[in-house]
Every structure is written in structure tokens, then in C-alpha cells.
Design a binder for this molecule. Structure first.
Ligand code: CO
Length: 134
């Protein structure tokens, strides 16, 4: 059911520092920073030949990554994102198998302008999973 690895997301305290590491130390292609007030984060995408890295910095009060950064003060891997052909069919199949879909279960428009859902880390080996409509 799941397809390509769309991205791996890394939560960071200081986006400028993280961008400098990816761009200047690792020599990667890095996008401009995009504030996503609806999602409580500012994002930068690092484009690699086979996938992307999504750098996430908290934006505003009650950012969904604030608690994660309290537990992981140096930053860390926050979620992985798999592409699916049909996000509603994927959700229904996952729910039928007992997996927990976060929020109200309805796909939301994510950082790439495509429908996304998040799945509970306890059901996926301790990893927060994002599904994105391919
Ligand atoms: Co993501």
C-alpha cells in the first residue's frame, strides 16, 4: 500500500543553523523557509537525489513540535512520510486493522499542498508516520 518515501522530517530549534549545516557542510540543495501558521511550524525542504528532508522549526504558541523539542533539546527525527495512491482508502484500511489515525481522521492539506494524515507512533514501531496523497 505505501509507496515512495516522500520525506524524513527533523525538528530543530534553530532553522538558520540547521539550514547552514545542510547547505554549507553537507552541500545539499535547500529551499527557502516557508512559515506554515496553520501547522504551527516553519519548514525548509532539503532536496536529495532520492527523497527530501523536511526541517521543522516551531512557529507561534502551541506548536505541535514544541513538546518534542522539550524532550529532544538538540532536535531529532520527528516523522517519516510515505506516499499513498489513495489517502482515504489507505486510512480506511489502516483503521480497519486497528491503527490509530491522529486528529479527526480527515486528511488535511500539508506542507506540499497535498492531502496528508498522521498515524499514531505507538502503532508503527515508535515512529510518527505521515501519509501523503501521491
Ligand atoms: Co512531513
Amino acid at each position: 500500500m505505501i509507496g515512495r518515501l516522500n520525506h524524513v522530517a527533523i525538528a530543530v530549534r534553530d532553522l538558520g543553523k540547521a539550514v547552514a549545516v545542510y547547505r554549507d557542510v553537507l552541500g545539499a540543495e535547500v529551499s527557502a523557509a516557508v512559515p506554515q501558521p496553520d501547522h504551527g511550524v516553519t519548514t525548509v525542504f532539503v532536496t536529495l537525489p532520492n527523497t527530501k528532508i523536511e526541517l521543522l522549526e516551531p512557529l507561534g504558541e502551541g506548536s505541535p513540535i514544541a513538546k518534542f523539542l522539550e524532550r529532544n533539546p538538540d532536535g531529532g527525527m520527528h516523522h517519516i512520510c510515505y506516499e499513498v495512491d489513495d489517502i482515504r482508502a489507505a486510512r480506511d484500511r489502516l483503521k480497519a486493522s486497528g491503527a490509530r489515525v491522529l486528529g479527526d481522521g480527515e486528511p488535511k492539506i500539508g506542507a506540499h499542498g497535498k492531502a496528508v494524515l498522521f498515524l499514531h507512533p505507538k502503532d508503527f514501531s515508535g515512529t510518527l508516520v505521515e501519509l501523503e496523497q501521491g
